[in-house]
Design a protein around this ligand. Sequence first.
Ligand code: ZN
Length: 146
Amino acid sequence: MMRYWAFLVGKLAGIAVVLLAAWRLVHVIWPGPDPTLRYKMQPFGTDLGYTMALLGIWLLGVGLVYLAILDQRYRCRACGRRLHMPVSSGAWNSILLRAPRTDYICRFGHGTLRVPDVDLTGTPQPDWHSVDNMWKELEDLETADK
Ligand SMILES: [Zn+2]
């Protein structure tokens, strides 16, 4: 679990570095108000190029944070690796009884993630099920059959 959150913090720190570099680049290109002027006008809101550059940085930041959170949703809660092997289940002709969903699994057997494909109750919340020991669960299934 620590690794999962550490990965998110690392991604957000990387985004902050990228945005700070873009901010510095914009201020190298637009050095600020002319120091010889009596009334110094800040370029934000008065210089279209500068204002559009800041808008671009804002949009870049929002997009990167969105992608980081979207990527984090499909990561293993235990080891932080990307989840694999999506399996669709449920039926579209009976969405109330067997709502369609997609199951993802961690390659190293830490757990499964169930993502509902239908949005019935607001934002669909992914459902994480951790698996303590998948070999023990398989053995339990086998003994339950006998
Ligand atoms: Zn895992």
